[in-house]
Ligand binder design. Sequence first.
Ligand code: GDP
Length: 304
Amino acid sequence: MASLWKRLRDGLARTKVQLSTEIDFLLKGQALTPQVMENLEESLIRADVGVEATQRILDALEEGQYRGSGSNRALMAMHGAVRDILTPGDHALKWADSGPTVTLVIGVNGVGKTTTIGKLAAKAGRDGKRVVIGAADTFRAAADDQLAIWADRAKAEIVRHQKGADAAAVAYAAVERGMTNGADLVLIDTAGRLHTKKNLMEELRKIKRVVAKHDPAFPHEILLVLDATTGQNALQQAKVFNEALQITGIALTKLDSTARGGIVLAVAQELGVPVKLIGVGEALDDLQEFDPDAFADALLGVER
Ligand code: GDP
C-alpha cells in the first residue's frame, strides 16, 4: 500500500504542475524580477489560492527581499507563508471525553458526503471504535442505499427510517442508539438539497437542536464537506452553511481531480474554520487528516 505521504503528493500533483514553472524558477535561485512575480501571482490565482492568500505569499517574498536577488531560500519563504496560512485552528477531529462523539456531516449533493462518511466510519472501525451511522438524508431516494453499502463495508450499524421521514427524528434515534449500545462515534448524514435553501438550513438547524436534547454537548462536530473542484463556489457554500450552523471543520474532497488545490489556502485564509480532512482520491486511505506541514511540502514539491 502506498504511504500516506505518497498518496498526498500524488493527489496534489495536478495543482503542483500548475505552479511548477514558478517553483522551478525559485528552486534554481533565479532573480525574482517583476515579471516572475507577476507570473507567480497569476499561477497562484489560477490554482484558486484566492486574492488574500496570494498577497500574503507575495508579501513574504517581498519582505525577505528575495525579489531582486533570487535564491532558493525564496522557495522556503514561500513554503513558510503557505504553512502560516494553513496552520491556525485545531485540525484534529474532535472526540468526546466519554460517551459517543456525535458528528453532523453536511454539504450539498455531489460533494462526496456519503463517501466521506463511509471512509470515516471505516477508519474508526479499523481503530477499534464502534460506529453508528444515522441516515438523516430522507429526501434523496438513493442516499440510504449508498450509505447502507458503506456501513456494511465499515461494519457500522445504520439507523434509517422510511423515505420522507422526519430527518431530525432519524438523527435523534441514531444518537439514542449510539448511547445505548456504547458507540464511540455517531455519524449523521444529512440532506444536501431540499425544495429550497431556506428549508435545508432550517432542517439542519432542527437536527442540531434535536440531537442536543440528548446532551447539550451534542453535536461535537459539524463537518462541512466541500468539493475542491468547484473553486470559489465551494467558498460561497461554506459561507452560507457557516452562517446558518457555525461549522467546526471542513472536509475538502477531490483534490486529486483538480489543478486548483490552492482552494485549501483560500478556505483557510478566508473562512476561519479549520480544514480537518482532505480527499485525495477514491480509495479508503485517500481521506486524510489534514496536516498543514505535509500539505505545504506536497504542494511545493519539498521532499520529506
Ligand atoms: P454526495 O452526493 O455528497 O453524497 O457524494 P458522493 O459521496 O456520492 O460522491 C460523489 C462522487 O465523488 C463519487 O463518485 C465519489 O467516488 C467521488 N469522490 C468523493 N471523494 C473523492 C475524492 O477525494 N477524490 C475523487 N477523485 N473522487 C471523490
